[in-house]
Design a protein around this ligand. Structure first.
Ligand code: FAD
Length: 404
């Protein structure tokens, strides 16, 4: 039941979801002078490994205190347990705890002028030409708290994978293929003393027994670590797989603080907007990098592009402007997503392929290009000879001219 005693407020934009995408879009639009309502469901920490590239820290002015660890290398583990170190030259991988990171982003959006509402999105309705967003405010015994409405010109759906806003408004949004990822947050001491564990190293497991089509990870977060895996195969036992991973990593006895999982979308949606009054950003729009599952950076970048498209729409009233967000994103990142998609299909297919993939990671050119691309989010062009060398080495692996 909607509370009719409260007047329906009006905001230029209603952003649904206060994760990295929603908070970024809300901040950018508020900074541009628009009135923005940011609705976020409270009380759940987003399940996430929390790895972010330096480019995100730089471009989005993230204060260093939010980084709970700075990772200096990765260790790639093959099906036969070969361990390949990949040190990071001139950089790092940052680790954030999502509980603090997301709240900090929401507070920054509020400081820029966005008005925060705590509650769950219910529906979008249209009345006399107006767009109304109905939501259930959080409160004591939520069932007894009446629903509320906000009138707006534009709804930004940033409510994550399997977005309710998307399913409501964008054809195809209910059919995005997903990997389901599950992780356990553990307290690292005292178990780490006897384990092959390094607080500044990410371990990445390419083993069919940990994931038949993705990978497993151990990501250090200071006093805790995220240990997880994922798979797109329905019914695959993620919990037993993490149990095996914890045993392999020597962290079976570490105290478990949280167990949680969530879907990761695998493909950008063909349309992000409904050509009228709704647009999606972040996981809701499907923008997570294939093969790595990296989504925080892409959520924030897509949100910036959505905010720019929204500004153009609000200024001109021309809803065609909304489509520019997806175009801008695909122009900038489409090629990387395409390459990573091929990598995932090719290398994550069998233990034999995974063994070869990890063995390729020994190559110094591969290491340098991988880290430069990850850290700076650009396919590096500085060393074309290295690309050529990798191309020929890849061919050699494809045609089995080298053994793992
Ligand atoms: C286990 C796991 C590990 C991962 N590890 C990494 C990693 O290490 N690095 C990386 O870059 N990415 C990682 N990802 C992906 C990353 O978490 C997402 O891509 C990223 O969080 C997307 O941000 P978002 O803002 O689009 O969505 P989300 O972070 O999902 O935020 C959505 C927000 O919307 C809110 N919401 C949802 N429904 C409603 C509703 N009905 N009403 C109101 N509010 C609502 C939620 O409370 C949430 O605050 C991982 C994902 C998983 C599942």
């Amino acid at each position: 039941m909607t509370d009719t005693s409260i007047e329906t407020p009006f905001f230029d934009v209603v952003v649904v979801g206060g994760g990295p995408a929603g908070a970024t879009a809300a901040e950018r639009l508020a900074r541009a002078g628009h009135s923005v309502a940011l609705i976020d469901r409270a009380g759940r920490i987003k399940p996430c490994g929390g790895a972010i590239p330096p480019r995100l820290v730089r471009d989005f002015d993230i204060p260093p205190e939010l980084l709970v660890a700075r990772i200096a290398s990765a260790q790639m583990v093959s099906p036969s347990d070969k361990r390949v170190p990949m040190p990071i030259e001139n950089g790092y991988v940052g680790m954030v705890d999502r509980e603090d990171f997301d709240e900090w982003l929401r507070q920054r959006a509020a400081a820029a002028g966005a008005t925060r509402f705590t509650g769950g999105f219910k529906a979008i309705e249209r009345q006399d030409g107006a767009t109304l967003v109905r939501f259930q405010p959080a409160g004591k015994g939520e069932d007894g708290v009446p629903e509320r409405c906000i009138a707006t010109r534009l709804v930004v759906g940033a409510d994550g994978a399997r977005s309710a806003v998307g399913r409501h408004s964008i054809p195809g949004a209910d059919k995005v293929p997903c990997v389901f990822a599950y992780h356990e947050i553990v307290r690292i001491e005292p178990a780490a003393k006897d384990a092959d564990y390094d607080p500044v190293r990410c371990d990445v497991y390419y083993q069919g027994r940990i994931s038949p089509d993705f990978y497993g990870w151990v990501f250090p977060h200071g006093e805790t670590a995220s240990i997880g895996t994922g798979s797109a195969i329905k019914g695959y036992g993620l919990r037993p797989a993490v149990e095996r991973l914890r045993e392999t990593a020597g962290l079976a006895s570490a105290e478990t603080i949280r167990r949680e999982g969530a879907p990761i979308p695998l493909k950008p949606l063909k349309r992000w907007d409904n050509g009228h009054d709704v647009i999606l950003a972040g996981d809701a729009a499907g923008v997570v990098a294939p093969a790595s599952g990296e989504g925080i950076y892409y959520a924030m970048v897509s949100a910036e592009m959505v905010a720019d498209a929204a500004k153009a729409f609000l200024a001109t009233g021309n809803a065609k402007a909304l489509a520019t967000a997806r175009k801008a994103f695909m122009r900038e990142h489409g090629r990387v997503f395409w390459i990573l998609g091929i990598m995932q299909t090719f290398w994550y297919r069998s233990d034999k392929q995974r063994e070869r993939f990890v063995s390729i990671c020994r190559d110094k050119d591969v290491q340098r290009l991988t880290w430069e691309s990850y850290m700076n989010k650009k396919l590096t062009r500085r060393d074309p000879a290295a690309h050529l060398r990798i191309f020929f080495k890849d061919l050699a692996h494809l045609f089995r001219l080298v053994s793992p």
